[in-house]
Design a protein around this ligand. Structure first.
Ligand code: PLP
Length: 449
């Protein structure tokens, strides 16, 4: 970190030094370290509504929302009071408890699932869904898409190699090749590649897992009909269709991305995974789906899956309270704020002469830099001028707006975002857009939270 940064953020700089002495890179999840944009990560000390306050007492408009969970905004009074109430009566029982049943009922009422198992993180949800799919079908192969992130599950860290149908190559040291050998990685939105993979390996494929809409390579919407095609192809080959709604679930609509697509088109995934919003800012996640598939889980069936803190009463109460408050008005206000913010960003970039595409799905969006062609795949996204993002990000940060510290992440809006936030955006954007226009080309990194 430079002297200038240290002077501008003395408390965050000091905390970062302390953190680096005791934690790898000074963080507990890589993208928080600001490696993709440079500079000092801000150490937050409090949050309320759509605002974050850091250790230097600077307040920011928050467009990260803890990477998705904070649908209602921070420290929502009803969520906080419900959490305080339940925590005062004990924080974990290791027995069945009431809020976990109510949360499961709420999820079943909203999403296309007949039965759910609660877990503690999105990673655990996708890992367990895949084990279940393999146990249910008796097959080993998995299909996933390049650029889709499903948590740091060993097998799902496989990335695309060259060629249309590639067998998985581990995306990180520490994952043995045999773990990803059964993973087929395909380009997103490429129906021909999916058809080819299923023609070749169809009767060996346990499941295809995809983000309901991709949000971990920046936002990349599924082409119209793509998810329906995946559901159909899986069914034809006796494989399970696993839709990962950890990011989109209960965010894009009452029923997540499925609510704005599958519900209208008349198809259902066999399994879905959830996290983020359904935990209301606490560690709670879930996977669920067809009852006959879910009944393969222990203790009903033979596939083992368990967790000391699964269904934790505090986490499930936070999630349940959040979901119960997430009515049509909440989704409408998030959609409207997001549309207005997208317009402001796009107008400012146009004004500064920066070619760009606002990549969007529902209220989630990100900016694709240096092109006017919408990205449909990870390869498209990687071809952008991502180096324009760092200067843009820092200009916004200096003007009191906290954006995701990577061009490859979605921006998240909450129901607490209001006109004050839009005016802060409007005053910050012209200088940030000019900074993006003037940015010198550099190598940029991508990372996922
Ligand atoms: C689509 C998707 N699946 C799974 C995960 C993993 O969730 P967690 O970070 O809670 O393990 C994420 C996290 O960002 C995600 O976006």
């Amino acid at each position: 970190m430079t002297d200038v940064e240290q002077q501008a953020t003395p408390a965050s700089s000091q905390w970062f030094e302390r953190a680096r002495a005791v934690s790898p890179g000074g963080v507990n999840s890589p993208v928080r370290a600001f490696r993709a944009v440079g500079g000092t990560p801000r150490f937050m000390v409090s949050a309320e509504g759509s605002w974050l306050t850091d250790a230097d007492d600077t307040t920011y408009l928050d467009l990260v929302g803890s990477w998705g969970p904070m649908l209602l905004g921070h420290a929502h009074p009803q969520v906080i009071s419900a959490v305080q109430d339940v925590a005062a009566r004990g924080t974990s029982f290791g027995t069945p408890s009431l809020p976990e049943v109510e949360l499961a009922e709420e999820i079943v009422a909203r999403a296309p699932v007949e039965s759910v198992r609660l877990v503690s993180s999105g990673t655990e949800a996708t890992m367990s869904a895949i084990r279940l799919a393999r146990g249910f079908t008796g097959r080993n192969r998995i299909v996933k898409f390049a650029g889709c992130y499903h948590g740091h599950v060993d097998a799902l860290l496989a990335e695309a190699g060259s060629g249309l149908v590639t067998l998985g190559i581990p995306g990180t040291p520490g994952v043995p090749e045999h773990v990803t050998a059964d993973v087929i990685v395909l380009p997103y939105n490429d129906t021909a590649a999916v058809t080819e993979a299923f023609e070749r390996y169809g009767d060996e494929i346990a499941c295809l897992v995809t983000e309901a809409a991709a949000g971990n390579m920046g936002v990349v919407a599924p082409d119209p009909g793509f998810n329906a095609f995946l559901a159909r192809t899986c069914r034809e080959h006796g494989a399970l269709f696993v839709s990962d709604e950890v990011m989109t679930g209960f965010r894009l609509s009452r029923a997540g991305h499925w609510g704005i697509e599958g519900a209208k088109e008349g198809w259902r995934p066999d399994l879905l995974t959830f996290g983020k919003v359904m935990g209301g800012g606490f560690p709670a996640a879930a996977f669920g789906g067809r009852r006959d598939v879910m009944d393969h889980l222990a203790p009903s069936g033979p596939v083992y899956q368990a967790g000391t803190l699964s269904g934790n009463p505090v986490a499930t109460t936070a999630g349940l309270t959040t979901l119960r408050l997430a009515d049509d008005a909440v989704y409408r206000s998030i959609d409207e704020w997001s549309a207005e913010a997208r317009r402001l960003v796009s107008d400012a970039l146009d004004e500064a002469g920066v070619p760009h595409v606002v990549q969007e799905v529902g209220s989630m969006f990100s900016i694709l830099w240096g092109t006017t062609t919408r990205a449909r795949s990870f390869a498209d996204v990687q071809a952008q001028e991502a180096w324009r993002y760092g200067p843009f990000f820092h200009a916004m940060l200096e003007a009191g707006i906290y954006l995701p510290p990577s061009a490859y992440e979605s921006w998240f809006v909450s129901a607490a975002h209001d006109d004050q936030g839009l005016s802060r955006m409007a005053s910050a954007l012209p200088a940030a857009a000019r900074a993006a226009a003037a940015a010198p080309p550099t190598v940029s990194a991508s990372a996922s939270e």
